[in-house]
Design a protein around this ligand. Structure first.
Ligand code: MG
Length: 162
């Protein structure tokens, strides 16, 4: 019984620089800066991927998709998430829900968070009510508050399907 329901947590942060696209949860958000990383640096999908992998007791995103492996250079993070979801399902789990907080001073994400949640839900094969995305500023403090980075914290819950 205690193994029927599982919870995982994921966190990620990437630097914001000029000349990059800003992609959050698979959605392109218009902004003068974008996130930099080995992949497309989609901080939301990376946090969600780690939450799902953690809930299933699988290795983390850095173990499965190393950022020094040329195979993942510039990769669309939707592919990493979908690979992780396949692994989670192969362990006999179905996804119950995902909840995420995007920590961003700029751009303001309130107008985009519903679209981001819907994109993540679609990628996970869930109804839109099963994915929640919240946007928080960092009250001007630190690298997040100085708009030098965007971070995401996510949780995921799973239930054993078989
Ligand atoms: Mg990352």
């Amino acid at each position: 019984m205690k193994d029927q329901f599982r919870v995982g947590i994921g966190y990620d942060i990437h630097r914001l620089i000029e000349g990059r696209r800003l992609v959050l949860g698979g959605v392109e958000v218009k902004h003068e800066k974008g996130l930099v990383g080995h992949s497309d640096a989609d901080v939301v999908l990376h946090a969600v991927t780690d939450a799902l992998l953690g809930a299933a007791g699988l290795p983390d995103i850095g173990d499965l998709f190393p950022d020094d492996d040329p195979a993942y250079e510039g990769i669309d993070s939707r592919k990493l998430l979908q690979d992780a979801v396949k692994r989670v399902r192969e362990c006999g789990f179905e996804i119950c829900n995902v909840d995420a907080i995007v920590h961003a001073e700029a751009p303001k994400l309130t107008p985009h968070k519903k679209r981001i949640a819907e994109s993540v839900a679609l990628l996970l094969g869930l109804g839109s009510g099963a994915v929640s995305v919240k946007a928080k500023t960092n009250e001007g403090m630190g690298v997040l508050g100085q708009t030098d980075a965007i971070a995401c914290t996510a949780t995921a819950s799973l239930f054993r399907s078989g």
